[in-house]
Design a protein. Structure first.
Length: 241
């Protein structure tokens, strides 16, 4: 079901979030990726989509393999080229030998993966000791079911706040992200990821919860308080020796 939705709606991602189309990628994610992958040798891009992160890493001198389970994304990644190699694969059974990479990156991918424990174990397996995992997630406070901006006009003056849904419950939803486009998400609390990462020898070296960038805020004038809520969570993890 998940793969079928992504095959059907791959163009939503390819057209709306790549090659400068999305301000959060342009102003926040891609600069952070560039800094974090600088100097990386052999890179695996898990859930590469159309390959924009793979292309960036290759342009900085890395040897890059991008994998994605969606044929339509892999096809476009091949067409756009940029120096990386692309293949179709899921995250829970990576077709690579142990310790094959010094860097693995996954950007806004694991919130769509069912077999999260298997996928994290595979990241740990293919990383060399001392290698890093660059792990980007939609912030879990955004993904809890029922979480939404609320404009409260019952108080004077009116207030705006973020209503958080059942954060601790691991829940899957299929969301209409725009008219006629349905994408499946799995919400997990932050501790669920951190504990699974630690169990596979991946220790947090740095964590970033950046404020939304100006380009996003300019597109969301109705959410005056949104600058105080992170939409992105990034962790740099290091594989134990």
């Amino acid at each position: 079901m998940t793969d079928a939705l992504w095959e059907t709606h791959a163009d939503w991602w390819i057209d709306g979030f790549t090659d400068g189309a999305d301000p959060e990628y342009v102003e926040q994610i891609m600069p952070l990726v560039a800094a974090e992958l600088a100097g990386a040798g052999r890179v695996l891009d898990v859930g590469c989509g159309d390959g924009q992160i793979s292309r960036l890493a290759a342009s900085q001198g890395s040897t890059v393999i991008g994998i994605d389970p969606t044929w339509n994304c892999v096809r476009v990644a091949h067409e756009r080229g940029g120096g990386a190699v692309f293949a179709r694969s899921g995250a829970a059974a990576l077709p690579f030998a142990d310790a094959s990479f010094d860097t693995v990156v996954a950007c806004l991918v694991f919130e769509h993966i069912d077999e999260v424990d298997e996928a994290i174990a595979e990241v740990g397996r293919v990383l060399r000791p001392g290698g890093r995992f660059c792990f980007f997630l939609n912030h879990p406070i955004l993904q809890a079911p029922g979480s939404v901006w609320v404009d409260d006009h019952m108080v004077d003056p009116p207030e705006q706040y973020w209503r958080l849904g059942p954060y601790l419950d691991e829940t899957e939803t299929i969301e209409e992200v725009e008219l006629g486009v349905w994408i499946r998400f799995v919400h997990r609390p932050m501790s669920r990821y951190v504990n699974a990462l630690a169990a596979n020898g991946l220790a947090v070296e740095q964590m970033v919860e950046p404020a939304p960038p100006p380009g996003f805020l300019a597109q969301a004038p109705g959410y005056a308080a949104s600058a105080a809520f992170p939409r992105l969570m990034y962790m740099r993890l290091v594989k134990s020796p």
